[in-house]
Ligand binder design. Structure first.
Ligand code: FNR
Length: 374
């Protein structure tokens, strides 16, 4: 259908589901075990209702914010997700160009299907790009990667801490194509073979198993954060924090940000929805918000979802699958389209709540209800 007919992120996903190959859809849509975290990530937003204020002037309304000091036109960023080329020949570059046209920020996956240099080359001269790091078990290889992306001009390192081993993703395991391509010696997609994807991969664990086979399973607060600090000057964000306790530890160790995430429900099933974790940090340890930037991802589908997270103290939210689906269905215009949809939904929600800037969004404007919504 023409892009004009796409009114929501759900419309976009429906188109993507029709056009994606079976192996791409299996990889993009999969989540672990019984998909409880995946489903609850989205469902959690449905338990939070607004207390909108009226009789406030809202004709001017600015949804922009900053993320680690970089301007973003809306409080939304593109999460690092592997293998964008599976859905469209231009892959991650679609996301880079869509982000450039709308002034939002893209986080590039360690397992991007274009090289980090190719993605940077698709960016505008001063366009900020962030880098998601899967830390290799070999410190020397990991250091090489961090230094490479810093040299290329990436502006921050988002260290993924929730994927030491792949979650049990059955859809994906039934479709072990990545490893087969690697072993054939003619991979259709770039993934960093220097990291030993082929040798370390395990076909039995599906695509994710092949891609993160060499992740460091023994990272610690005491060792890994000082190591990363010692090899880079870039700001550090921990991606995959899932408890109040770890949010507090992250604030103590002094990283610049945390992304509350359960990897889109692809890792530990029954991990709390990030919105609920955010809510618990707000209630139990609001001091954390003064020490670092807090973001969430997982299950975000609407502008109201974004506004709820901001009310509770998130600086911005990330989306993974919606961007993969949009670029697969329509390339760059699809990416621009969902950002415009989110922008319109966010501004509408803010105005109807009496808010004209992200600073106006406060915890008391949202309530977690104890009745069971429809
Ligand atoms: C991911 N995610 C992810 N995370 C990461 O740190 N490195 C990666 O390479 C990937 N790859 C990846 C591939 C695919 C297909 C998906 C769907 C997700 C997780 C991603 O960054 C983010 O946490 C979730 O996608 C957020 O949930 P939603 O927005 O997809 O619901």
């Amino acid at each position: 259908p023409s892009l004009d007919r796409i009114l929501s992120l759900a419309d976009m996903e429906a188109v993507a589901r029709r056009v994606l190959s079976q192996k791409a859809l299996a990889y993009y849509s999969s989540s672990s075990d019984d998909q409880m975290s995946y489903q609850e990530n989205a469902h959690a937003f449905k338990r939070f209702f607004f207390h909108p204020r009226v009789m406030r002037p809202v004709s001017r309304c600015d949804p922009s914010t900053t993320i680690l000091g970089y301007k973003s036109s809306i409080p939304v960023f593109i999460c690092g997700a592997a293998l964008a080329k599976l859905g469209h020949p231009d892959g991650e570059a679609n996301l880079t160009r869509g982000a450039a046209q709308t002034n939002i920020i893209q986080m590039v996956s360690s397992n991007a299907s274009l090289s980090y240099a190719e993605i940077m080359a698709a960016a505008r001269p001063s366009q900020p790009l962030f880098f998601q790091l899967y830390k290799n078990v070999n410190d020397t290889l990991a250091e090489k990667r961090v230094r490479e992306v810093e040299r290329l001009g990436y502006r921050s390192i988002w260290l993924t801490v929730d994927a030491l081993v792949p979650g049990n993703r059955e859809k994906d395991i039934r479709s072990p194509w990545v490893l087969e391509e690697m072993e054939s010696g003619q991979p259709e997609y770039h993934v960093d073979v220097a990291d030993g994807v082929v040798e370390g991969g395990d076909a039995g664990l599906g695509t994710a198993g092949a891609l993160i086979a060499n992740d460091d399973r023994d990272m610690t607060w005491e060792k890994t954060i000082p190591w990363l600090r010692s090899i880079t000057n870039l700001p550090i964000v921990l991606k995959g924090i899932q408890t109040v306790e770890d949010a507090v530890l992250a604030a103590e160790v002094g990283v610049e940000g945390i992304l509350l995430s359960n990897h889109g429900g692809r890792q530990l099933d029954y991990s709390f929805p990030p919105l609920e974790t955010l809510y618990r940090i707000r209630k139990q340890r609001p001091d954390v918000f003064d020490k670092l930037e807090v973001y969430i991802d997982g299950g975000i589908e609407r502008g109201t979802d974004v506004v709820k997270a901001l009310c509770l103290g998130a600086k911005a939210v990330g989306l993974g699958r919606p961007f993969l689906y949009a670029q697969s269905a329509y390339g760059v215009p699809g990416v621009v389209k969902i950002i415009r949809i989110l922008e319109r939904e966010i501004v509408t929600a803010m105005r109807l709540m009496g808010a004209t800037s992200v600073e106006d969004l406060k915890p008391e404007m949202v309530e977690r209800v104890d009745w069971q919504p429809l």
